[in-house]
Design a protein around this ligand. Sequence first.
Ligand code: MF3
Ligand code: CO
Length: 283
Amino acid sequence: MARRGIEIKKPGQLLAMRRAGLVVARTLVRVGQAVSPGMTTAELDQIARDALAEHGAGSSFLHYGGGWGAPPYPAVTCISVNEEIVHGIPGDRALAEGDIVSVDFGAHLDGFHGDAARTFLVGEVTPEARELSRVTEESMWAGIGAYRLGGRLGDISAAIEQYILAHPMASGEEYGIIREYTGHGIGSQMHQEPDVPNWGRAGRGPKLVEGMVLAIEPMCTLGTEDTVELDDQWTIVTADNSLASHWENTVTATKDGLWVLTLEDGGEEELTRRGLPFGPLAD
Ligand code: MF3
Ligand code: CO
Protein backbone atom coordinates (compact mmCIF):
# COMPACT_ATOMS: atom_id res chain seq x y z
CA MET A 1 0.00 0.00 0.00
CA ALA A 2 1.35 3.38 -0.93
CA ARG A 3 0.44 6.90 0.04
CA ARG A 4 1.67 9.39 -2.57
CA GLY A 5 4.49 6.98 -3.43
CA ILE A 6 5.35 6.33 0.21
CA GLU A 7 5.43 2.62 1.11
CA ILE A 8 3.25 1.88 4.11
CA LYS A 9 4.28 -1.22 6.06
CA LYS A 10 1.92 -3.65 7.75
CA PRO A 11 2.81 -4.73 11.31
CA GLY A 12 4.39 -7.98 10.09
CA GLN A 13 6.55 -6.00 7.67
CA LEU A 14 7.66 -3.66 10.46
CA LEU A 15 8.76 -6.72 12.41
CA ALA A 16 10.83 -7.81 9.38
CA MET A 17 12.37 -4.34 9.26
CA ARG A 18 13.21 -4.67 12.93
CA ARG A 19 15.11 -7.89 12.19
CA ALA A 20 17.10 -6.13 9.46
CA GLY A 21 17.62 -3.18 11.80
CA LEU A 22 19.05 -5.45 14.49
CA VAL A 23 21.66 -6.77 12.05
CA VAL A 24 22.62 -3.15 11.35
CA ALA A 25 22.69 -2.24 15.06
CA ARG A 26 24.87 -5.19 16.03
CA THR A 27 27.25 -4.80 13.11
CA LEU A 28 27.84 -1.11 13.84
CA VAL A 29 28.61 -1.94 17.48
CA ARG A 30 31.12 -4.53 16.35
CA VAL A 31 32.76 -2.17 13.85
CA GLY A 32 32.85 0.59 16.48
CA GLN A 33 34.67 -1.69 18.92
CA ALA A 34 37.35 -2.28 16.29
CA VAL A 35 37.91 1.41 15.52
CA SER A 36 41.46 2.24 16.70
CA PRO A 37 44.66 3.83 15.43
CA GLY A 38 46.31 1.69 12.75
CA MET A 39 43.11 -0.08 11.70
CA THR A 40 42.39 0.34 8.00
CA THR A 41 38.95 1.17 6.68
CA ALA A 42 39.04 -1.99 4.52
CA GLU A 43 39.56 -4.04 7.70
CA LEU A 44 36.50 -2.39 9.23
CA ASP A 45 34.51 -3.20 6.09
CA GLN A 46 35.58 -6.85 6.39
CA ILE A 47 34.22 -6.99 9.94
CA ALA A 48 30.86 -5.81 8.58
CA ARG A 49 31.00 -8.40 5.76
CA ASP A 50 31.60 -11.15 8.30
CA ALA A 51 28.70 -9.92 10.43
CA LEU A 52 26.36 -9.95 7.42
CA ALA A 53 27.34 -13.54 6.64
CA GLU A 54 26.83 -14.61 10.25
CA HIS A 55 23.36 -13.11 10.31
CA GLY A 56 22.45 -14.52 6.87
CA ALA A 57 21.72 -10.97 5.71
CA GLY A 58 22.50 -9.19 2.45
CA SER A 59 24.27 -5.87 1.96
CA SER A 60 22.13 -2.90 0.96
CA PHE A 61 25.20 -1.05 -0.34
CA LEU A 62 27.31 -3.59 -2.26
CA HIS A 63 26.84 -3.03 -6.02
CA TYR A 64 24.34 -0.25 -5.33
CA GLY A 65 23.62 2.39 -7.96
CA GLY A 66 25.78 3.13 -10.89
CA GLY A 67 22.68 4.49 -12.62
CA TRP A 68 23.98 8.05 -12.72
CA GLY A 69 27.32 7.05 -14.22
CA ALA A 70 29.15 6.19 -11.02
CA PRO A 71 30.55 2.65 -10.81
CA PRO A 72 28.54 0.21 -8.68
CA TYR A 73 29.35 0.71 -5.00
CA PRO A 74 32.18 -1.71 -4.12
CA ALA A 75 31.82 -2.27 -0.35
CA VAL A 76 29.28 -3.09 2.39
CA THR A 77 30.03 0.03 4.45
CA CYS A 78 30.64 3.66 3.62
CA ILE A 79 33.53 4.88 5.78
CA SER A 80 34.10 8.61 5.76
CA VAL A 81 37.15 9.94 7.63
CA ASN A 82 37.55 13.57 8.80
CA GLU A 83 36.72 15.90 5.86
CA GLU A 84 34.88 13.07 4.10
CA ILE A 85 31.14 13.57 4.71
CA VAL A 86 29.50 10.47 3.22
CA HIS A 87 30.01 7.59 0.77
CA GLY A 88 33.71 7.14 1.56
CA ILE A 89 34.95 3.87 0.03
CA PRO A 90 36.85 1.59 2.42
CA GLY A 91 40.48 1.03 1.46
CA ASP A 92 43.99 0.86 2.83
CA ARG A 93 43.85 4.16 4.70
CA ALA A 94 44.85 3.51 8.31
CA LEU A 95 43.01 5.41 11.02
CA ALA A 96 45.07 7.73 13.19
CA GLU A 97 44.60 9.06 16.71
CA GLY A 98 42.48 12.20 16.49
CA ASP A 99 40.47 11.13 13.41
CA ILE A 100 36.70 11.10 13.39
CA VAL A 101 35.22 8.34 11.27
CA SER A 102 31.62 7.98 10.12
CA VAL A 103 30.57 4.41 9.38
CA ASP A 104 27.34 3.98 7.40
CA PHE A 105 25.93 0.48 6.98
CA GLY A 106 22.82 -1.08 5.45
CA ALA A 107 21.53 -4.66 5.53
CA HIS A 108 18.52 -6.46 4.16
CA LEU A 109 16.78 -9.52 5.52
CA ASP A 110 13.52 -11.11 4.33
CA GLY A 111 13.11 -8.36 1.73
CA PHE A 112 13.44 -5.35 4.04
CA HIS A 113 16.31 -2.94 4.67
CA GLY A 114 17.85 -1.22 7.67
CA ASP A 115 20.28 1.70 7.38
CA ALA A 116 22.25 3.54 10.07
CA ALA A 117 25.44 5.52 10.61
CA ARG A 118 27.57 6.43 13.62
CA THR A 119 30.53 8.77 13.97
CA PHE A 120 33.33 7.16 15.97
CA LEU A 121 36.20 9.07 17.61
CA VAL A 122 39.66 7.57 17.18
CA GLY A 123 41.39 7.93 20.55
CA GLU A 124 41.65 11.50 21.77
CA VAL A 125 40.15 14.00 19.33
CA THR A 126 39.98 17.79 19.58
CA PRO A 127 37.13 19.25 21.66
CA GLU A 128 35.78 20.82 18.43
CA ALA A 129 35.61 17.45 16.68
CA ARG A 130 33.97 15.81 19.70
CA GLU A 131 31.39 18.57 19.91
CA LEU A 132 30.70 18.38 16.15
CA SER A 133 29.81 14.70 16.50
CA ARG A 134 27.75 15.34 19.63
CA VAL A 135 25.68 18.13 18.04
CA THR A 136 25.17 16.08 14.86
CA GLU A 137 23.97 13.10 16.93
CA GLU A 138 21.70 15.28 19.06
CA SER A 139 20.22 16.89 15.93
CA MET A 140 19.31 13.38 14.78
CA TRP A 141 17.56 12.81 18.13
CA ALA A 142 15.79 16.16 17.77
CA GLY A 143 14.50 14.98 14.38
CA ILE A 144 13.48 11.59 15.78
CA GLY A 145 11.72 13.36 18.67
CA ALA A 146 9.66 15.42 16.23
CA TYR A 147 8.39 12.27 14.45
CA ARG A 148 4.81 11.68 15.55
CA LEU A 149 1.69 10.27 13.95
CA GLY A 150 -0.48 13.03 12.56
CA GLY A 151 2.48 15.40 12.25
CA ARG A 152 4.21 16.39 9.03
CA LEU A 153 7.55 15.43 7.54
CA GLY A 154 8.65 19.09 7.78
CA ASP A 155 8.40 18.83 11.58
CA ILE A 156 11.34 16.40 11.54
CA SER A 157 13.39 18.50 9.10
CA ALA A 158 12.75 21.70 11.02
CA ALA A 159 13.65 20.10 14.36
CA ILE A 160 17.02 18.93 13.00
CA GLU A 161 17.85 22.35 11.55
CA GLN A 162 16.66 24.26 14.59
CA TYR A 163 18.71 22.08 16.93
CA ILE A 164 21.88 22.71 14.90
CA LEU A 165 21.27 26.47 14.66
CA ALA A 166 20.55 26.66 18.40
CA HIS A 167 23.84 24.90 19.29
CA PRO A 168 26.68 26.77 17.56
CA MET A 169 30.37 26.07 18.04
CA ALA A 170 32.21 27.47 21.08
CA SER A 171 33.48 30.20 18.72
CA GLY A 172 29.86 31.24 18.11
CA GLU A 173 29.96 30.11 14.46
CA GLU A 174 27.17 27.91 13.11
CA TYR A 175 27.90 24.37 12.01
CA GLY A 176 27.52 23.70 8.29
CA ILE A 177 24.37 21.70 7.53
CA ILE A 178 24.75 19.47 4.48
CA ARG A 179 21.79 20.12 2.18
CA GLU A 180 22.80 18.12 -0.91
CA TYR A 181 22.20 14.78 0.82
CA THR A 182 19.12 13.91 2.82
CA GLY A 183 17.45 11.17 4.80
CA HIS A 184 14.87 9.00 3.05
CA GLY A 185 12.02 6.57 3.30
CA ILE A 186 13.18 2.96 3.62
CA GLY A 187 11.53 -0.44 3.34
CA SER A 188 11.53 -3.00 0.52
CA GLN A 189 14.26 -0.78 -0.99
CA MET A 190 16.94 1.17 0.85
CA HIS A 191 16.07 4.50 -0.74
CA GLN A 192 12.39 5.31 -1.04
CA GLU A 193 10.16 8.33 -0.95
CA PRO A 194 10.01 10.68 0.81
CA ASP A 195 13.32 12.55 0.99
CA VAL A 196 13.93 13.69 4.56
CA PRO A 197 15.89 16.97 4.37
CA ASN A 198 17.88 18.14 7.37
CA TRP A 199 16.29 21.58 7.18
CA GLY A 200 12.80 22.88 6.46
CA ARG A 201 9.57 24.20 7.86
CA ALA A 202 7.36 22.53 10.43
CA GLY A 203 3.84 21.76 9.31
CA ARG A 204 4.85 21.20 5.67
CA GLY A 205 5.14 18.04 3.62
CA PRO A 206 3.52 14.61 3.75
CA LYS A 207 1.53 13.60 6.81
CA LEU A 208 3.30 11.12 9.12
CA VAL A 209 1.17 8.00 9.40
CA GLU A 210 1.46 4.53 10.89
CA GLY A 211 3.55 2.14 8.81
CA MET A 212 5.96 4.76 7.45
CA VAL A 213 9.64 4.14 8.11
CA LEU A 214 12.25 6.87 7.74
CA ALA A 215 16.04 6.99 7.73
CA ILE A 216 16.86 10.21 9.59
CA GLU A 217 20.45 11.24 8.89
CA PRO A 218 21.89 14.69 9.53
CA MET A 219 25.40 15.59 8.35
CA CYS A 220 27.22 18.61 9.84
CA THR A 221 30.60 20.24 9.29
CA LEU A 222 32.96 22.54 11.16
CA GLY A 223 32.83 24.89 8.19
CA THR A 224 31.12 25.02 4.83
CA GLU A 225 27.91 23.43 3.59
CA ASP A 226 29.50 23.04 0.14
CA THR A 227 30.46 19.55 -0.97
CA VAL A 228 32.83 18.10 -3.57
CA GLU A 229 32.69 14.63 -5.14
CA LEU A 230 36.09 12.94 -5.50
CA ASP A 231 37.32 11.27 -8.71
CA ASP A 232 36.19 7.87 -7.41
CA GLN A 233 32.64 9.21 -8.12
CA TRP A 234 31.46 8.29 -4.62
CA THR A 235 33.37 9.99 -1.83
CA ILE A 236 31.84 13.32 -0.84
CA VAL A 237 34.13 15.75 1.02
CA THR A 238 33.70 19.24 2.42
CA ALA A 239 34.76 21.92 -0.08
CA ASP A 240 36.91 23.60 2.61
CA ASN A 241 38.33 20.33 4.02
CA SER A 242 36.67 21.00 7.38
CA LEU A 243 35.69 17.97 9.49
CA ALA A 244 32.27 16.37 9.01
CA SER A 245 30.03 14.07 11.08
CA HIS A 246 27.13 11.83 10.03
CA TRP A 247 24.61 10.08 12.27
CA GLU A 248 21.66 7.99 11.07
CA ASN A 249 18.95 5.67 12.34
CA THR A 250 16.00 3.89 10.75
CA VAL A 251 12.92 4.92 12.73
CA THR A 252 9.17 4.40 12.80
CA ALA A 253 6.38 5.90 14.90
CA THR A 254 3.60 3.77 16.40
CA LYS A 255 0.48 4.65 18.38
CA ASP A 256 2.59 4.26 21.54
CA GLY A 257 5.65 6.25 20.53
CA LEU A 258 8.92 5.84 18.65
CA TRP A 259 10.80 2.75 17.64
CA VAL A 260 14.43 3.01 16.52
CA LEU A 261 14.82 -0.14 14.45
CA THR A 262 18.62 0.16 14.21
CA LEU A 263 19.44 0.19 17.94
CA GLU A 264 19.68 -3.01 19.97
CA ASP A 265 17.11 -1.85 22.54
CA GLY A 266 14.86 -0.20 19.95
CA GLY A 267 15.99 3.18 21.26
CA GLU A 268 14.43 2.73 24.69
CA GLU A 269 17.36 4.14 26.65
CA GLU A 270 18.16 7.11 24.41
CA LEU A 271 14.49 8.02 23.95
CA THR A 272 13.65 7.73 27.64
CA ARG A 273 16.70 9.81 28.60
CA ARG A 274 15.37 12.59 26.36
CA GLY A 275 11.79 12.32 27.64
CA LEU A 276 10.57 10.80 24.36
CA PRO A 277 7.98 7.98 24.20
CA PHE A 278 9.24 4.49 23.35
CA GLY A 279 6.64 2.52 21.37
CA PRO A 280 7.82 -0.80 19.89
CA LEU A 281 5.43 -3.28 18.30
CA ALA A 282 5.03 -6.53 20.18
CA ASP A 283 6.21 -9.59 18.24
N1 MF3 B 1 23.49 4.62 3.55
C1 MF3 B 1 23.55 5.73 2.66
C2 MF3 B 1 22.34 6.52 3.00
O1 MF3 B 1 22.19 6.71 4.13
C3 MF3 B 1 23.62 5.33 1.24
C4 MF3 B 1 24.80 4.54 0.94
S1 MF3 B 1 25.14 4.67 -0.72
C5 MF3 B 1 25.63 3.15 -1.18
O2 MF3 B 1 21.50 6.89 2.26
F1 MF3 B 1 25.90 3.18 -2.41
F2 MF3 B 1 26.67 2.80 -0.48
F3 MF3 B 1 24.68 2.31 -1.00
CO1 CO C 1 20.45 6.40 4.66
